[in-house]
Design a protein around this ligand. Structure first.
Ligand code: GTP
Ligand code: MG
Length: 322
């Protein structure tokens, strides 16, 4: 373990073919450390740093060797799994749907649904609950909330904090909110998060509300779908990398659009379609239920059944009863 820590502190310039000038170019392209280099493609590195693909490939390989990437034996794998933490949603029913303890670190949980279906409320509730002690369903950590629509509500956070018996001002202090003004800004903010974690911020949860709104607005023309999907794909990849590298839980919200081709059932599909769907580890479809309840349906999970959970959005948070 100790030797791995030392390795992490190596810098880009410790690699063959990477001097300060190239390192500076890489850094401005968002490649700040060995890990981001190790998982990058030679083409990306060669484009952003202005080096040949051969140099890029060597540098990537060297970064991989230094970081000991590759296969891990069963024991190491088990240790990694043991590090995983969970954050309660506040509702037992919803936690059960997600496997028992809420949302999981090293994975992306996506909620999609119509306006007012409760996507933001679930996010605000997780932002509070991540701060709880582990035996109360938290991860004793801070939350980063990337707000693309201006829907972050401090007053609501305070209510939810009181709902779990926590000090509202302390809870607010532990939520680092950033407003993302467009999709590029939204992408850049991920680098900022790596930096904050490296500086020692105990961030355990990242929320992006909404994941897709900027992408949808900026790439709305007929011919732009491929560009949008490519950019979203890259973003999902970056998010997963962040989740894996720093053992973060990631929660993202996604809008739906009417799908007139679907004649039966609920005629809505999530923005970003397969790109977002495949990259998300857990997908929840949220809708309003009977008597003020909410219904979440788990979709296409690799290891859990496609069940539904009923819960309520109350002034104390998400709960099984109104
Ligand atoms: P969009 O972002 O518009 O796509 O919707 P969303 O899915 O994020 O919906 P959101 O989570 O904002 O849910 C809105 C619903 O939550 C409202 O219709 C209310 O039922 C409930 N809600 C929001 N704020 C409050 C509040 O302060 N008190 C109570 N009791 N309910 C609230
Ligand atoms: Mg919302």
């Amino acid at each position: 373990m100790a030797s791995k820590k030392e390795k992490k502190e190596l810098e880009l310039t410790d690699l063959p073919g990477i001097g300060p000038a190239v390192a500076a170019k890489l850094e401005s392209a968002g490649i700040l450390d060995l890990m981001s280099l190790a998982v990058a493609s030679p083409a990306t590195i060669s484009d952003s740093a202005g080096v040949s693909q051969a140099v890029a490939r060597k540098a990537i390989q060297a970064a991989r060797d230094l970081l000991d990437l590759g296969f891990s034996d069963g024991l190491e794998f088990a240790e990694k799994r043991a590090n995983i933490h969970y954050i309660t949603t506040g509702s037992k029913n919803l936690d059960e749907l997600l496997g028992g303890k809420g949302i999981e670190s090293r994975s992306i949980t996506e909620a999609f649904g119509a306006f007012g279906s409760g996507k933001t409320q679930l996010g605000l509730s997780l932002a509070v609950n991540v701060q709880l002690p582990k035996d109360q369903g938290g991860a004793e950590g801070k939350c980063v909330f990337i707000d693309t629509e201006g829907t972050f509500r401090p007053a609501r956070i305070k209510q939810f904090a009181e709902g779990v018996g926590a000090n509202p001002d302390n809870v607010l202090k532990n939520i680092l909110v950033a407003r993302a003004f467009n999709s590029d800004h939204q992408m850049l903010l991920l680098d900022k998060i790596s930096e904050m974690i490296k500086e020692g911020e105990p961030i355990k949860l990242l929320i992006i509300d909404s994941l897709t709104a900027h992408f949808r607005a900026e790439y709305s023309g007929r011919g732009q779908l491929a560009d949008r999907q490519q950019k979203l794909n890259r973003y999902m990849h970056d998010l997963m990398k962040l989740a894996e590298t720093y053992n973060l839980a990631v929660y993202v919200t996604n809008q739906v659009m009417a799908n007139p081709a679907q004649l039966f059932g609920d005629p809505t599909t999530a923005i970003g379609g397969n790109i977002v769907g495949h990259a998300s580890t857990y997908r929840l479809y949220l809708r309003r239920g009977k008597q003020g309840s909410r219904v979440a349906k788990l979709i296409d999970s690799p290891n859990l059944p496609d069940n539904e959970a009923v819960y309520f959005v109350t002034s104390a948070g998400l709960r099984d009863k109104a």
